[in-house]
Design a protein around this ligand. Sequence first.
Ligand SMILES: C[S@@+](CC[C@H](N)C(=O)[O-])C[C@H]1O[C@@H](n2cnc3c(N)ncnc32)[C@H](O)[C@@H]1O
Length: 239
Amino acid sequence: MTLLRDEDLAAAFDHASHTYDALVAANPGYHAHLRRSVRRLGLPAHGEGLRVLDLGCGTGASTAAIRSVLPAAEITAVDASAGMLARAAAKPWGDGVRFVHAPAEFLTDAGVHGPFDAVFAAYLFRNLTDPEAVLATVHSVLGPGGRLAVHEYSLSGRRADRAVWTLVCRGIVQPAATLLGDGPLYRHLWRSVVDFDQADRFAARIRGAGFDKVRTLPLPGWQTGITHTFVATRTGASR
Ligand SMILES: C[S@@+](CC[C@H](N)C(=O)[O-])C[C@H]1O[C@@H](n2cnc3c(N)ncnc32)[C@H](O)[C@@H]1O
């Protein structure tokens, strides 16, 4: 199968938006792992006075993780899928959270301007046509000392980890998604991970975008060797 990209991917997420929360709820640790990755940003407790960008916020699972760890931070949450974003925006957030319908590639056009203190991107980067261009954009919207956390399926390179990923997708995720009418998106999910950078390569790309203090951290459970948090700091000037 070919990968879904850009408008085709946004349309597939629009279609899948009504079942997305139920599917991720069936994934043990999904929400706890997101919160762990937010904590790995290493920001001051509560996030008072901080601006955080949630890139590819989907139905708001990552936004909720940021809100939980940094309840006082001001959050801008962006997504290219109107359907996913509508689900997110319909949830009760209180003050300090705004949702913007835009591709990550065109933040400025959508009125999303830095400087941010942190950017969080969960399960976004392997979906992008040009991840390096978006890393450059993320670098430019972060202020000096700004932090990046990318929470992503990025395989370790061990054959056993790839085999577990294939087993989970073929045995559990794809049959469930096909029943729900979203087979193409979840076949894309398997392929997008297999085709994406392995963890060392993606960390190198983050360094190549001008970030410092790049670290690759594992997540627990069946996702060890499959999902990582990549944390980094923008110390240098804008490129
Ligand atoms: C797998 S979901 C993850 C959602 C959320 N971050 C979470 O943790 O549950 C990926 C999201 O990225 C969005 N996305 C994909 N490509 C995008 C792009 N180029 N710009 C903005 N959002 C994009 C999709 O619409 C989708 O909502």
